[in-house]
Design a protein around this ligand. Structure first.
Ligand code: SF4
Length: 762
């Protein structure tokens, strides 16, 4: 449909019948329970179920295609359209939005199949599929048409305005120049690759080192494709909020040059919420009547085309109109052309921006820092329960509400089912199937927890919210067990823990991204590219692209020290590591950071370092650092005048996403090769990767480890004029498997730290 409009029944009804208040629910618990109820009911249904239907409406000279899926349809003299809802609704009439949905399907059925009348039915179901209430009415084709035409015409006013915006936006994109005076080396090729990926609806995997200006070089061609109608929206995903700065700057520049695109930022609810209470009209004044006030705020924001809808702008508008800032941010995300958000909003089933992702076929994903994606998606798809963790919650609840409360009994049953699992024998701690009784008990607990929280004045006694947080991912994983999950059992005393661990997140990443209008995964350390493509669910059809560092390779001296940092050798090697650090910092007065594989090893080396003289001021990363502590640490390096030596943990806060250009950081020492601590989960991933990709250890351990090393080393050279000394302390940097993962533009300068430093700085 080139000039017409296309709309789902669900979206039409959501547009015409918005709720007044924000209420809990609508999350995955509802989805899981709703799915169960539908399946149970449909299993007993006589007619057809889940029937896709669409119809093209003519509204004056304009064409609109409405589409959806009927829950159930029965042919007959007067056909029956049934809409099923999981709800214990007790009113005298069905809820208007449910009725409207059924009416839309009935109208389409009447028009498509020429029925003069249709029986319209809304059924309210229990979770087991039992019919609790039924509302039915027979409507003529004309009665149906009058109602649906009215709703469609209301929607059309909004759709026309959106189209006018898109036309103005596209015109501005056609004349948009690259936001910087010229393309840097490689940026033009990258832009061509991105444009092709979006135009052909393909995935692109790109390794783009610091200095390649990746944000602008990815956004600019993607916007060009947007302006040509090859996609409808760009979702720019990051793993950390701080990574949004550079793309926002690029977009700001483009807006200053005349780009008329709407740009929004979606930040986590916990960061935006001014109340931190239950999202319910009884508890939060902003939740009450939120949707009645929201459109006024949106209209105001739409007036100022130059504005980027950042957190500050959204918070101000929310304050002015007494709105929930998170819900407002979600709405703006829907209206925007470029939306920045965390990875979770696209991939985590519990955080996913559903209304947005339901339309994902027409959208493009730009995934920055894409090397984080596999682990982040894995965590969001996995679930874990442990009787030792659950017992204190049971005790706390029992104390306040008694041991006969249905929630207490449900929690008790889950603990009982867990403890009844036989202890693993020998090394065998993987189950081949999940005991059905355990799943049933967890489902019951989830229902009890949801009921407690959804009730008026819902209670969070004994960590009911936390219990939902634990049970939902577990049940989600239980539903998807066939898709390469490990069922991992661990025993400690009488307690048992069970983890449903997602082993191949690439499948889910592929499921989400494959149908989209292009997806670009990029990062400074997305290497080796073919392996990362596999891990991220790509195939050989998807392109890989890499750029070398644009900075002179002479500016970086890399020294590999032969030290054993293996766990069993750490006591012995600590002094050697300390000596190497001292040698490095003596090469030139300035700021250095040494990265360690663990806090314990850091402390061990520190005890040897303390004896040394002439050390710069020491700054040591701690596990319990507050936001303020982190800021102080960063400021000490970025704005301090004294030389400093930071001792940090590899893969931690200060080894990635920290920009310390010029003299702010002149040397980095990486202790070890960054391998993860062995664990039951890691072994399961390794086995799975071994079966799928051949090199289990390489894919599960070595590649992610070396990405951490590359990230740490990447802190050093941030501009054309930066110079730096990088010391890699581990024998394994001489092993082919590890050495081959070092970037080709890292200039290797032998083993002598003092000599390399002297040459570099002289
Ligand atoms: S303001 Fe906070 S508590 Fe209120 S609805 Fe929004 S997120 Fe929930």
């Amino acid at each position: 449909m080139d000039n017409g409009y296309r709309l789902s029944v669900r979206d039409l009804v959501a547009f015409c019948f918005p709720p007044e208040d924000i209420t809990p629910g609508g999350g995955v618990e509802d989805m899981l329970a709703g799915g169960q109820a539908h399946r149970a009911r449909q299993g007993r249904q006589e007619g057809q179920t889940e029937i896709p239907i669409q119809h093209i409406y003519w509204l004056g000279a304009e064409e609109l295609e409405l589409f959806g899926r009927m829950d159930a349809f029965t042919q007959g003299e007067v056909p029956l359209v049934e809409e099923m809802k999981l709800s214990a609704w007790q009113g005298d009439a069905p809820l208007p939005e449910h009725w409207a949905q059924a009416v839309c399907y009935a109208d389409m059925a009447a028009r498509e199949w020429g029925a003069a009348e249709v029986r319209v039915q809304v059924s309210y179901l229990s979770i087991g599929g039992e019919v609790l209430r039924v509302f039915e009415q027979t409507l003529t084709a004309q009665e149906l048409a009058i109602q649906v035409d009215r709703w469609l015409n209301a929607y059309l006013l909004f759709a026309r305005r959106e189209r006018a915006h898109q036309e103005a936006r596209d015109a501005s994109i056609r004349s948009l120049a690259f936001p910087y005076p010229s393309f840097r080396a490689g940026q033009r090729e990258l832009a061509a690759q991105v444009y092709t990926a979006v135009s052909r609806k393909k995935r692109l995997f790109a390794s783009l080192p610091t200095g390649t200006g990746k944000s602008a070089a990815v956004l600019y061609p993607a916007l060009k494709a947007l302006g040509e109608g090859k996609t409808t929206k760009l979702l720019y995903l990051t793993a950390r909020n701080t990574a949004r700065q550079s793309p926002l700057q690029a977009l700001e520049r483009m807006k200053a040059q005349g780009l008329r695109a709407r740009v929004s930022v979606l930040t986590a609810k916990e960061k935006l919420c001014p109340h931190m209470t239950r999202c319910h009209p009884d508890d939060c004044p902003r939740a009450k009547g939120h949707y009645l006030r929201q459109e006024d705020a949106v209209e105001e924001l739409l007036q100022d085309e130059a504005l980027l809808w950042t957190d500050e702008v959204i918070m101000d508008a929310a304050q002015k109109h007494t709105l929930c800032p998170f819900e407002l941010a979600l709405r703006l995300t829907e209206l925007s052309d470029v939306a920045m958000m965390d990875l979770n909003y696209a991939f985590d089933p519990f955080a996913q921006a559903k209304r947005l992702m339901n339309q994902r076929r027409k959208m493009t994903l730009l995934v920055d820092e894409a090397h984080h994606t596999v682990d982040r998606v894995r965590e969001s798809l996995s679930g874990e329960l442990d009787s030792a963790v659950l017992k204190p919650y049971r005790a706390a609840f029992g104390k306040q509400k008694g041991r006969k409360h249905p929630y207490y009994l449900a929690l008790n049953r889950v603990i009982h089912e867990l403890c009844a699992l036989a202890a693993p024998t020998g090394d065998e701690s993987r189950l081949t199937e999940l005991p059905a009784a355990l799943t049933e008990s967890v489902t019951e607990l989830m229902e009890q927890a949801s009921a407690l929280l959804a009730a008026p004045y819902g209670i969070d006694i004994g960590g009911v919210v936390e219990m939902l947080r634990l049970t939902l991912p577990f049940l989600y994983a239980a539903e998807h067990l066939a898709e390469d999950y490990g069922i991992l059992l661990n025993a400690h005393g009488k307690d048992r823990g069970i983890a449903l661990y997602c082993l191949l997140p690439g499948k889910e990443i592929a499921r989400i991204t494959k149908p989209m209008s292009g997806a670009v995964f990029f990062s400074g350390t997305l290497s080796p590219l073919p392996a990362m493509r596999q891990l991220l669910g790509g195939t050989e059809e998807d392109a890989c692209f890499s750029l070398p560092s644009p900075f002179p390779s002479d500016n970086l001296a890399v020294v590999r020290g032969r030290v054993s940092t293996r766990y069993e050798d750490r006591e012995i090697s600590a002094q050697q590591v300390a000596d190497c650090i001292v040698q490095a910092v003596r090469g030139k007065v300035g700021n250095y950071i040494a990265y360690f594989p663990s806090y314990a090893y850091l402390q061990l080396v520190l005890s040897h370092l303390s004896d040394g003289a002439d050390l710069p001021e020491l700054w040591i990363q701690r596990r319990d650092m507050t936001e303020e502590d982190r800021e102080d640490f960063f400021t000490a390096f970025s704005a301090g005048t004294k030389p400093r030596l930071g001792l940090c943990v590899l893969g931690g806060l200060f080894s990635e996403g920290v920009d310390l250009p010029g003299e702010c950081l002149i040397g980095v020492i990486v202790v070890g090769v960054g391998l993860p601590t062995p664990s039951q989960k890691l072994r399961a991933i390794q086995d799975c990767y071994g079966a799928h990709f051949g090199d289990g250890f390489g894919y599960a351990c070595r590649i992610p480890a070396m990405q951490k090393v590359l990230q740490a080393g990447g802190r050093l050279i941030r501009s054309e004029t930066d110079k730096g000394l990088l010391v890699l302390l581990d024998n394994r940097y001489y092993h082919r498997e590890y050495a081959s993962l070092l970037p080709p533009d890292w200039r290797l300068c032998g083993e002598d730290i003092a000599k390399a430093a002297k040459e570099l700085w002289s």
